[in-house]
Design a protein around this ligand. Structure first.
Ligand SMILES: Nc1nc2c(ncn2[C@@H]2O[C@H](COP(=O)(O)OP(=O)(O)OP(=O)(O)O)[C@@H](O)[C@H]2O)c(=O)[nH]1
Ligand SMILES: [Mg+2]
Length: 452
C-alpha cells in the first residue's frame, strides 16, 4: 500500500533534507510536488487543498527558517498532518456492551464483507479471547450464506445454521436468541452487498440496525476505489450510524487515496486493513505507522527529537556569538532563562552538558532552583527594553520601580544584576576556552560567592 506515494515523497524530501537552508521558493516547490503526488494517489481534491493549506504556514514559519535542518522539520510537519488526516489514533472495536455484542458489516457488492466477517471473527477470538458467532443476512445472492458457512468451517468459527427462505429480520432475531443460548459473546452480521442508490436495500439495513442495535456498524470498502470509497462511506453514514471502516484490498493498492480521504470526507475512523485473501491477512490500522510508511521513514521519534535539539543549538550558537562580541544583554539572559525552564530547569540543562557535575553540585548546595528562574524572569520583564540592553543605567529609582513591578524588593534586583554581571564574565571566560578548567574544578570561588 502507498508504494507510489512513498516513492514520490522520498524523491521530494531527499532534496529538501539535504538543503542547508530553505527559502520560500524551495518550500513552495516542495509543496507543489506533494500536492501533485497526493492527487496522483487519488486523494480527494478537498483533502489535498486542506492538507497543503495546513502544512504551508507551518513550513514557512520562523522555526523552520532558523532551524539547522529545515528539510527534516518540513518532513516532520508533513508527517504530523498525515497522521491527523489518517485519524490520529487507532480505534478499537467497541465491545463494551451487554453480550451478545452485535457488529454489523455493510458495503457495496464485492467489497469484501463476507471475507472480512470471518477475518474479524478470527481476530476477536484470538486477540480479545471472545466467543464469536457469524450470521449471514445475504438472502439475495445465491450461495452467499453457504460462502460464510464454509469460511466458518474452514476456520473453526461458529456460524448460525442456515434456514432456507428465512428473511433478514427473522435471521437477526434467531441469531440473537441462539447466541444467548450458546454463550456467544459477539455476533458479526454479514449483510448483502448494496449500493447507496438502491433505496429498498438501504432501508433494509436501517431495519436490521433497528432490530440488532449494533455496537459497531462497519463499512467494508475497497481501497482500490480510492476517494470513491470515502464518498461511499459518507453516503452510508446518512442511513446508518456508521462507526468504522475496514479498507480491503490494500495489498493491491499502491496509491492510498481511500485511506487519506476517509477521515476528512466521511469523518469515520479506519479500524482495520484487509491485506490479502487469507483469513490472517488482516491488520489493525495505526495512523502513525501508516504515515511512517508513506514517508518511507524509520524512526520518526528520534527524528523529531533531533529537530528539537537543532533548534536549541541554534539558540545557543547565537548566544555564544553575542558573548564573544561582548553583547550579552538581559534580553538574552531572559531567553536563556526561558530555555532553561523549557528544558527542565537547571537540573535539565546541566544534564545536557558534559563534565559539569561539579558545577551542578555547587548550584544544588546554593539552592539555585526553579523558583529563582521564575522570579528572575518576572524581574527582567518589569524592565524597559533600554534597561535590558544596558543594565548600567538602572539606578536607585529604576530599581524601586522594577521591584514594585515584579513584586520583589531592591535586594532581589541587586542580586539579579550581580548574577547577570557575573554570568557575563563567566561566559566570557568560558568562551575563551576556560570551559575545560571550570568543568573540572568548578566555578572559581571568587565568582561563585557572588552567585549566592
Ligand atoms: N487481495 C485481497 N482480496 C480480498 C480482500 N478482501 C476480500 N478479498 C477478495 O475479494 C473477493 C470478494 O470478497 P467477498 O468477501 O465475497 O465480498 P462481499 O462484499 O461479501 O461480496 P458480496 O457479498 O457479493 O457483496 C473475494 O475473492 C475475496 O477473497 C483483501 O483484503 N485483499
Ligand atoms: Mg458477501
Amino acid at each position: 500500500m502507498f508504494e507510489n506515494l512513498t516513492n514520490k515523497f522520498e524523491e521530494i524530501f531527499s532534496s529538501l533534507k539535504k538543503a542547508p537552508s530553505l527559502d520560500e521558493k524551495q518550500v513552495d516547490e516542495g509543496l507543489k510536488a506533494i500536492r501533485l503526488a497526493l492527487l496522483e494517489a487519488d486523494v480527494s481534491l478537498d483533502v489535498v487543498k486542506e492538507f497543503i493549506s495546513r502544512v504551508k504556514p507551518k513550513a514557512l514559519g520562523q522555526e523552520i527558517v532558523r532551524s539547522t535542518s529545515p528539510g527534516q522539520m518540513v518532513v516532520k510537519i508533513v508527517y504530523d498532518e498525515l497522521v491527523s488526516f489518517l485519524g490520529d489514533t487507532n480505534s478499537d472495536i467497541q465491545l463494551n456492551a451487554v453480550p451478545p455484542v452485535p457488529i454489523m458489516l455493510v458495503g457495496l457488492q464485492g467489497s469484501g464483507k463476507t471475507t472480512t466477517t470471518a477475518k474479524l471473527a478470527k481476530f476477536l477470538e484470538k486477540n480479545n479471547k471472545k466467543k464469536v458467532m457469524m450470521a449471514s443476512l445475504d438472502v439475495y445472492r445465491p450461495a452467499a450464506q453457504e460462502q460464510l458457512k464454509l469460511l466458518g468451517e474452514q476456520n473453526n468459527i461458529y456460524t448460525l445454521p442456515i434456514i432456507e427462505g428465512q428473511l433478514p429480520a427473522d435471521i437477526c432475531r434467531r441469531a440473537l436468541s441462539a447466541a444467548n443460548l450458546n454463550g456467544s459473546e459477539i455476533i458479526i452480521f454479514d449483510t448483502a452487498g448494496r449500493t447507496q442508490i438502491d433505496l429498498q436495500m438501504m432501508s433494509e439495513i436501517k431495519q436490521i440496525e433497528g432490530i440488532i442495535n449494533p455496537s459497531e456498524t462497519i463499512l467494508v470498502a475497497d481501497s482500490l476505489t480510492g476517494q470513491v470509497a470515502a464518498n461511499v462511506a459518507k453516503e452510508f453514514k446518512n442511513t446508518v450510524n456508521l462507526t468504522g471502516i475496514v479498507l480491503t484490498r490494500s495489498d493491491g493498492d499502491g496509491r492510498g487515496g481511500a485511506a487519506l480521504s476517509m477521515k476528512y470526507v466521511a469523518d469515520v475512523p479506519i479500524k482495520f486493513l484487509g491485506v490479502g485473501e487469507k483469513i490472517e491477512n488482516f491488520e489493525i490500522f495505526y495512523p502513525d505507522r501508516i504515515a511512517n510508511r508513506i514517508l518511507g521513514m524509520g524512526d520518526i521519534v528520534s527524528l523529531v527529537e533531533k529537530a528539537a535539539e537543532d533548534l536549541d543549538q541554534e539558540n545557543l550558537k547565537k548566544t555564544e556569538e553575542k558573548l564573544k562580541k561582548g553583547q550579552f544583554s538581559l534580553n538574552d539572559y531572559l531567553s536563556q532563562l526561558r530555555q532553561m525552564k523549557k528544558m527542565g530547569g537547571i537540573e535539565g540543562i546541566m544534564s545536557f552538558l558534559p563534565g559539569v557535575s561539579k558545577i551542578k553540585a555547587q548550584m544544588d548546595d546554593a539552592g539555585v532552583d526553579e523558583k529563582i528562574i521564575t522570579q528572575n524572569e518576572a524581574v527582567i520583564l518589569s524592565m524597559t527594553s533600554k534597561e535590558r540592553e544596558n543594565p548600567k543605567i538602572i539606578d536607585g529609582s529604576r530599581k524601586k520601580r522594577i521591584a514594585n513591578g515584579s513584586g520583589t524588593d531592591i535586594a532581589t534586583i541587586n542580586k539579579l544584576l550581580k548574577q547577570f554581571k557575573m554570568m557575563s564574565e563567566m561566559m566570557k571566560k568560558m568562551s575563551k576556552g576556560n570551559m575545560k578548567g571550570m568543568a573540572d574544578k568548578g566555578i572559581p570561588p571568587e565568582l561563585f560567592n557572588q552567585l549566592k
